[in-house]
Write a new protein. Structure first.
Lengths: 118, 115
């Protein structure tokens, strides 16, 4: 079946512009995660949704970062007034369950959006 | 806070050589452990995972990893690498509780396999 998809795959923004990155999780997956991967680093957690509820946003680096998942499926990560340090690959992952044995769920990753801020 | 340390930044091996990539984690509670691989131009894919039971887990493409609780380690191994194993390898950990928690990744190890 279809995996996690993200769009756009590449985004170039001028410093100060706002950007919106989209994630389509695997159909029926309850949990959705956003990660940021800087060059030469491993992915770092940004935020987590369970259905439409944002349960953890402790990884968002500043209040310029905002994420939503209004209908519990597609999610959008928005970055306002982009800065050069925001340049990174933004990864989305989804997993099936939310409680009980959810801790054993595998996270399935999308291809990422590479954001370059000039 | 959890952290993951991958000892090697870049490993270069000849085809048919044996591979071992180190991974150590720091966390006081019960964890689930993962190895993900990212082939050039592709997205992160799960290689293998450990949740409980036999500490030696086997994954896809001939990879295996051994969880050594006393050493907080989860090293990845493959007896004989192929050119197609050239990729970036990430070790990850997540705490095992009743809910869903994010993965904590290491910085990755780039593997280059040469003919």
């Amino acid at each position: 079946g279809a995996g996690v998809s993200q769009s756009p795959r590449y985004k170039v923004a001028k410093r100060g512009q706002d950007v919106a990155l989209r994630c389509d999780p695997i159909s029926g997956h309850v949990s959705l995660f956003w990660y940021q991967q800087a060059l030469g680093q491993g992915p770092e957690f940004l935020t987590y949704f369970q259905n439409e509820a944002q349960l953890d946003k402790s990884g968002l680096p500043s209040d310029r970062f905002f994420a939503e998942r209004p209908e519990g499926s597609v999610s959008t990560l928005k970055i306002q007034r982009t800065q050069q340090e925001d340049s990174a690959v933004y990864l989305c992952a989804s997993s099936p369950r939310t409680s009980g044995r959810a801790s054993t769920d595998t996270q399935y990753f999308g291809p990422g959006t590479r954001l370059t801020v000039l | 806070a959890q952290s993951v340390s991958q000892h090697n930044h870049h490993v270069i091996l000849s085809e048919a050589a044996s591979l071992e990539l180190g991974c150590n984690y720091s966390y006081g509670g019960t964890v689930n452990l993962f190895w993900y691989v990212q082939y050039p131009g592709q997205h992160l894919q799960l290689l293998l995972k450990y949740f409980s039971g036999d500490p030696l887990v086997k994954g896809i493409k001939g990879f295996e990893a051994e969880f050594i609780k006393s050493k907080f380690s989860f090293n990845l191994r493959k007896p004989s690498v192929q050119w197609s194993d050239t990729a970036e390898y990430f070790c990850a950990v997540k705490s095992r509780n009743s809910g869903n928690t994010p993965l904590v990744f290491g910085k990755g190890t780039r593997l280059s396999v040469i003919a």
